[in-house]
Design a protein around this ligand. Structure first.
Ligand code: PLP
Length: 397
């Protein structure tokens, strides 16, 4: 062994910040799903739809036309322009496509850019619990501390501004959330967000708003956080294509923020990925130009499944508030007397239905499971029959 290798071994191969990352509860569970045959998986959070044909064609055409090079680090100018127009049309918020928009490799990259751009070592970032599995690790990797705000079933899993305010310290840098919410399907009403905006203003905090599910709302209107009074300059808005256009595999998203924050995120982006995949950006252009009807069709179908699933779950005793966004139900499994982990494992083994234990999303997800309804309707009906059978078998007599 050379001296250099000895030195590395002595220090340990894996960096301390990676060692500090929690193991993903979801990943552990997916290993179990993958090793079981004939499973109906309601575990993965992605559309069952294939990307609409027109969008696929546009990407193929770009490749056939030889558009295979890097784009600008910021992304294709036409795509940035269309995103800015889209946000203006839907939410009335104005971004300059030349200096306030970056096309990213999914919202996954976008949230990492936001954290790396604004978080200093030891800074605190307040966000909901339960929340999307990547939020806490993203903050940790940037050297920050994720401070969870409990969100509870009795409040339809909405964050309360007063709960956020109680957690603010001199080290608090930002509030970080995503509504509609993965894993709960919760939304924040306009007034809930106005109250959060007041807190952000009062304490001079940034807000990172992950709005990847903005188009997937049912019977309510989405409020874009940046569109609230005085919020554009404090908000780092994250948006994407994965969910609304069924484009998870393309790896396409974007950030919108005021110019200096965009510049800071760009400094990170240019060294990490340089630019989002070019064919995916051409697909995104087509999605923005002509994807509206496809989005409406998919949302209507998700809504049909949602209504059926919420009704069924409540009827069999798995109490579930009505989720008004994303494509998840988050029922309580209390009626079975089992923990969320035991419930999910036993359901998988006995009935071959995969759901995800709520505790994988934070301590306040305990006692619930995440069930994704982005699956074929008939398959959902079949899965729910199996869940009902399981609950009846395990319900204490
Ligand atoms: N944010 C939330 C809340 C998500 O649920 C997901 C994916 O499940 C992502 C971000 C990642 O999105 P993307 O595919 O754009 O990286």
């Amino acid at each position: 062994m050379t001296n250099h290798q000895e030195h590395l071994t002595h220090r340990g191969a894996i960096s301390q910040h990676v060692q500090a990352l929690p193991a993903s509860g979801i990943r552990k569970f997916f290993d179990l799903i993958n090793s079981t045959d004939g499973v109906i998986s309601l575990g993965v959070g992605e559309p069952d739809f294939v990307t609409p044909q027109g969008i696929r064609n546009a990407a193929v055409k770009s490749i056939d036309d030889g558009l295979t090079h890097y784009t600008s680090n910021y992304g294709l100018p036409e795509l940035r322009q269309l995103i800015a127009q889209h946000l203006y049309k839907l939410y009335g918020v104005e971004y300059d496509p030349a200096s306030e928009v970056i096309i990213t490799t999914g919202v996954s990259e976008a949230i990492n850019l936001a954290m790396l751009a604004i978080v200093d070592r030891g800074d605190e970032v307040i966000g909901p619990d339960p929340s999307y599995v990547a939020y806490l690790p993203t903050v940790l990797l940037a050297g920050g501390v994720y401070v969870p705000v409990p969100t509870l079933a009795e409040n339809d899993f909405r964050m309360k501004a007063e709960d956020i305010e109680e957690l603010i310290t001199p080290r608090t840098k930002a509030i970080f959330f995503g509504y509609p919410c993965n894993p709960t399907g919760a939304i924040m009403e306009h007034d809930d967000l106005l109250a959060v905006a007041e807190v952000a203003k009062r304490h001079n905090l940034f807000v990172i708003s992950d709005e990847i599910y903005d188009r997937l709302v049912y019977g309510v209107e989405h409020t874009c956080f940046a569109s609230l009074p005085d919020m554009k300059d404090r908000t780092l808005l994250m948006g994407g294509f994965s969910k609304a256009y069924a484009m998870t595999g393309w790896r396409l998203g974007y950030t919108c923020a005021r110019r200096d924050l965009t510049e800071a995120m760009m400094r990170v982006h240019q060294y990490i990925t340089m630019s989002a995949p070019t064919a995916a950006q051409y697909a995104g252009l087509e999605a923005m130009r002509n994807g509206e009807e496809d989005v409406r069709g998919m949302v209507a179908e998700y809504d049909r499944r949602r209504q059926m699933m919420v009704g069924e779950l409540n009827d069999m005793g798995l109490t579930c508030f009505e989720p008004k966004g994303a494509f998840y139900c988050f029922p309580s499994v209390a009626i079975t007397g089992m923990s969320d982990e035991s419930f999910s494992e036993a359901l998988l083994i006995e009935e071959k239905v995969a759901v995800v234990p709520g505790s994988a999303f934070g301590q306040f997800g305990v006692g619930h499971v995440r069930i994704c309804y982005a699956a074929d309707y008939d398959e959902l009906v079949d899965a729910l029959k199996r869940v009902r059978r399981f609950v009846e078998r395990h319900r204490p007599k």
